[in-house]
Design a protein around this ligand. Structure first.
Ligand SMILES: [Zn+2]
Ligand SMILES: [Zn+2]
Length: 178
């Protein structure tokens, strides 16, 4: 697996470079990701965000291992509500969702749809499956975590320590409504 991934929006104007190993490769089933996915995939030109059983595929990457190579000014923030502590950042050229960022977080949850076919890091776990009406529909090929617990937090904590407990800021100007 290559350790430099060039990730572009659907129309090619926004390019992110993800370097070195990701923190984790997950699928989230929380109510917020499902609500946001529904709204984002309705934007004109957008491709499906939600997968089977309405999961959202993410690759968690240290912020200091993501470079914004092209089209940074096209990145717009989408919030589920005006006071939401997290934001999802979307390319306004073609409405490709780029990443989910938690306020104060040291990582980005990059949308799995950015990876070219066949290059997405293998799924390691599903998170927040307790938010599904019936989590038993999920396959059991990887751990299905009811919450964001145990292995998920441990991976994030290890990454943060390796970063020297820093929280790099990512500047996004402008908002997008969905
Ligand atoms: Zn685009
Ligand atoms: Zn989620």
């Amino acid at each position: 697996m290559s350790l430099v991934h060039r990730l572009t929006c659907a129309c090619g104007q926004v390019t992110l470079i993800a370097e070195k190993a990701p923190i984790a490769s997950v699928e989230c089933y929380c109510s917020s990701c499902r609500a946001a996915g529904l709204r984002l995939q309705r934007l004109p030109g957008s491709r499906p965000v939600l997968g089977r059983h309405d999961g959202t595929r993410y690759v968690l990457q240290r912020k200091d291992r993501v470079r914004f190579a092209e089209g940074h000014e096209r990145m717009k923030a989408f919030r589920l509500s005006p006071d939401a502590g997290s934001r999802r950042v979307v390319a306004d050229c073609c409405h490709t969702p780029l990443f989910l960022e938690f306020k104060g977080g040291h990582w980005l949850s990059l949308y799995g749809g950015l990876w070219p076919t066949g290059t997405l890091p293998a799924l390691q776990m599903r998170t927040m499956t307790g938010d599904l009406a019936d989590p038993s529909v999920l396959p059991d090929d990887v751990p299905n975590l009811k919450r964001q617990s145990g292995p998920f937090f441990l991976a994030l904590l290890k990454a943060w320590i390796a970063m020297g407990l820093r929280n790099p800021q990512i500047k996004v100007t402008g908002e997008i409504n969905a």
